[in-house]
Structures are given as structure tokens and as C-alpha cells.
Design a protein around this ligand. Structure first.
Ligand SMILES: [Zn+2]
Length: 405
């Protein structure tokens, strides 16, 4: 096969940021010590990539769909159905799947923490099982996911997915009364869905507040937060989209695993992948090196940097960026030296630490491999990448460039 090319995409979730006075006008990526990502930029070509098209949620599922070239502006099913696919929850045609965070709402009814203090997976499992036991019915079922990231599914024609919602990680320190679900159309189904979920939220809030597990917590998981609803997804297969090539994803979080399942990519489970700084880096490296032997494109996603950005913790963000570089990018590049493989690094979207939420600016992108001649860029950064030879890529251009299709 002519030009048969493999590729690895390194995806540090939410890494891009803005210049900060406390870093002498540098961004966290520019300030952090990142020799491995810099070597991709210096050996290869640089540019930017548009991940968040106008008119869609500014969320990671949309952004990662874009990176993989699946054009969310045409095909976005909603976060709920993507994560349901990841958890092998079979959705009936009438089912509306919602992402359902367990969050902390303070006694003055303000949303204080979208993650309920990064609720442990074990505690979340207990609370979700309790919710299931108490509230599951023919109309609604609760499903435990990973940590605070859970799901609920509404069953039946009486429900609609045409509901406006607020993303909890973009809505912290705002009164709950300003964050209510709203019907997006005049249908009785949309009105009923809002009413049903408001009543369910009130009942579950009372139940969770009284749960013994929440008694001693600083940020108790005392509220459910349904968002990004949708029906069973119908996405094009990766191999159909890319000339019969195969792909695999490695990630701790359901949103990426779900995108993989919805598009027929292999989803590789790594024990101890947590979605935070304590993730199993060496397990992810071993999984990636094994996967690239079997698949044409391997997508290595790390969630921790995004989480540190939403926390607004600069020190932790710098630490997470350096850990990604040293524990993921460096060992994989070292092990792959001399092999026939292209590499790309790009975040899925910026999370400026000052804003603590996603923004839609194109992200920096660097690509290297034996068929790419270096441009003048020497360091992987938000300010240098746009000056590189690649220009602005979008839609399928990244994966096609990497697989040399
Ligand atoms: Zn993201």
C-alpha cells in the first residue's frame, strides 16, 4: 500500500490558555517545561485547528468530535447519548439520555461545585445506587458512570430532547434559580420534560442531603444536574470516513470512550485511568504502544489538565501539563523513535484559568513525521503555532493529514 501511514494524536484536554501576568505574560503551556511537545513542534509543522463550531455547546464531546473529523455541526447527538454508548447502555428509540452530574449546591441555593469536590468513584457508585433504588421507574433510570459524571435516561414518547440547559462546569457560583432548564419549543413533551426533571431534582436533593455519606463532606454531592440530552446516536464509522483505516481511543472519561464506540473505533480500557492527576500514566503509555501495532490511528486523551483549569488552580495546571509531557508524550515518542508513525499534539479547546470555562478560539497544533519538513516554530505554544506552515485546519483535515490520505 502506497504511503501507508500510522499516527498517534496526543490530546491534553483543555490545555490552551491565555497569557498571564503572574507568568510574566506567558501562557501556562509556554511557562511549563515541555520538551517532548516542543520537540514535535520543532521537528514538524505547526498551525491551529478549529474545534468548536459556532452554534453548538462549547463542550469536550463537540471538540473531540471535531478533532476526529466527525463534523459535530452535522452529527452531534448530545453528551448524554455519547456517554450512554460508552457504558453500553442500549437506548430505545424513544429514550432521551442525559449526562447527570452529582454537584454541590450550597444552602443559599448557589451551584458551588460541578464535581462535588471531585467526588470519588466509590462514593459516587454508592450515591447513584441509592438514587436508582429510590427513584428508578418506568419513566426514568439512573446510571453510574465515572466519579461525578453519571447519566439518567428518560423513557417514553412523553419526553423531548429539545431542552435548553446550563453546563455545570461553566455555571459555578451562580444561583440555581438562574440556571433552570427551559423548553426549546412549544411542544407538550418539552414542557413535560422540564416539569418532570424539576420535580425529580427537588426530590433527589432532599434525599441526597439526608444521605449519611454526605454528612461530613465539605462539598457534598447533594444535587443532580441533568444536561446535554439526546437520542440514540447515528455516527459515521471511522473506517468508512477514512478509507478503511482503523482507529483506537485511550481515555479515562466516558465522553471520549463513547465517541470511540459511536464511530466504531476500538476503546481500550486502562485500569487506574482516573481522569485526574493521579491517573495511570504508564498504563496509558503501554496501551498506546500496544494499540499502534494493531490500529492505524491511536488517540491518547488525558483529562487532568482540563480539570485543573476548571478548578482555577494555576500551580496544579502547570503540574498537570508537565506530567502529560513527561509521562505520556516523552515515553511514547522515545519508544516509537525510527518507526513509521506521524504524531500530532493539540488540546481540544482552551480553558483559560482566569475564566474557568471553555472558549472557542482555535487551538495550537503541531504535527511531525518523516514526510513533514520543519517550519520555523521551535516551541509548542499558543503564540507560536499560528505562525507555522500548517495554517488553520478544520473538519477532516487533521486526520487526513496524519494518515496521509
Ligand atoms: Zn475538553
Amino acid at each position: 500500500m502506497k504511503n501507508y501511514q500510522k499516527a498517534i494524536i496526543f490530546l491534553p484536554d483543555g490545555m490552551a490558555d491565555e497569557p498571564l501576568p503572574e507568568l510574566n505574560g506567558l501562557t501556562p503551556l509556554e511557562y511549563a517545561h515541555t520538551p517532548a511537545m516542543d520537540s514535535i513542534a520543532a521537528q514538524g509543522v505547526n498551525g491551529t485547528f478549529r474545534t468548536l463550531p459556532p452554534g453548538l455547546p462549547t463542550s469536550s464531546d463537540v471538540a473531540n468530535m471535531s478533532v476526529l473529523g466527525f463534523q459535530p455541526e452535522l452529527n452531534y447527538p448530545g453528551r448524554g447519548p455519547i456517554e450512554a454508548a460508552s457504558q453500553n447502555i442500549q437506548l430505545a428509540p424513544d429514550d432521551v439520555a442525559w449526562r447527570c452530574n452529582l454537584v454541590y449546591v450550597s444552602s443559599d441555593n448557589v451551584l458551588r461545585d460541578y464535581s462535588a469536590g471531585h467526588l470519588s468513584d466509590a462514593d459516587s457508585a454508592i450515591l447513584m445506587a441509592a438514587l436508582k433504588e429510590e427513584f428508578d421507574s418506568p419513566e426514568v433510570t439512573f446510571h453510574h458512570g465515572v466519579s461525578y459524571r453519571n447519566l439518567l435516561v428518560l423513557h417514553g414518547k412523553q419526553f423531548s430532547d429539545q431542552i435548553d440547559y446550563q453546563k455545570p462546569d461553566s455555571s459555578q457560583d451562580i444561583p440555581v434559580a438562574e440556571l433552570k432548564l427551559k423548553p426549546l419549543d412549544d411542544s407538550p413533551e418539552a414542557a413535560y420534560t422540564v416539569k418532570f426533571l424539576e420535580e425529580l431534582s427537588a426530590k433527589t436533593a432532599k434525599f441526597l442531603a439526608a444521605h449519611p455519606l454526605n454528612a461530613t463532606k465539605e462539598s457534598p454531592a447533594n444535587w443532580i444536574w441533568p444536561w446535554s440530552p439526546g437520542y440514540r446516536p447515528a455516527m459515521q464509522m471511522f473506517s468508512e470516513r477514512y478509507a478503511g483505516r482503523s482507529g483506537a481511543v485511550i481515555s479515562a472519561v466516558d465522553v471520549i470512550k463513547g465517541l470511540g464506540k459511536c464511530s466504531g473505533m476500538e476503546v481500550i480500557e486502562v485500569p487506574g485511568a482516573t481522569g485526574f492527576l493521579d491517573t495511570n500514566y504508564s498504563g496509558k503509555v503501554a496501551a498506546a504502544l500496544d494499540a499502534i501495532e494493531k490500529y492505524d490511528l491511536v488517540y491518547v486523551h488525558v483529562e487532568a489538565i482540563d480539570e485543573c483549569s476548571h478548578l482555577g488552580d494555576l500551580k496544579l495546571k502547570l503540574q498537570a501539563i508537565e506530567a502529560f509531557d513527561a509521562n505520556i508524550v516523552a515515553p511514547i515518542m522515545k519508544a516509537m523513535a525510527g518507526k513509521n508513525c506521524n504524531f500530532a499534539v493539540l488540546p481540544d479547546h482552551p480553558v483559560p484559568i482566569k475564566l474557568r470555562k471553555h472558549t472557542t478560539d482555535p487551538v495550537p497544533l503541531a504535527i511531525c513525521g518523516k514526510n513533514f519538513s520543519p517550519d520555523k516554530v521551535t516551541k509548542f505554544s499558543e503564540s507560536q503555532a499560528p505562525t507555522g506552515a500548517l495554517g488553520l485546519l478544520q473538519k477532516e483535515e487533521l486526520v487526513r493529514t496524519l494518515l496521509e490520505l
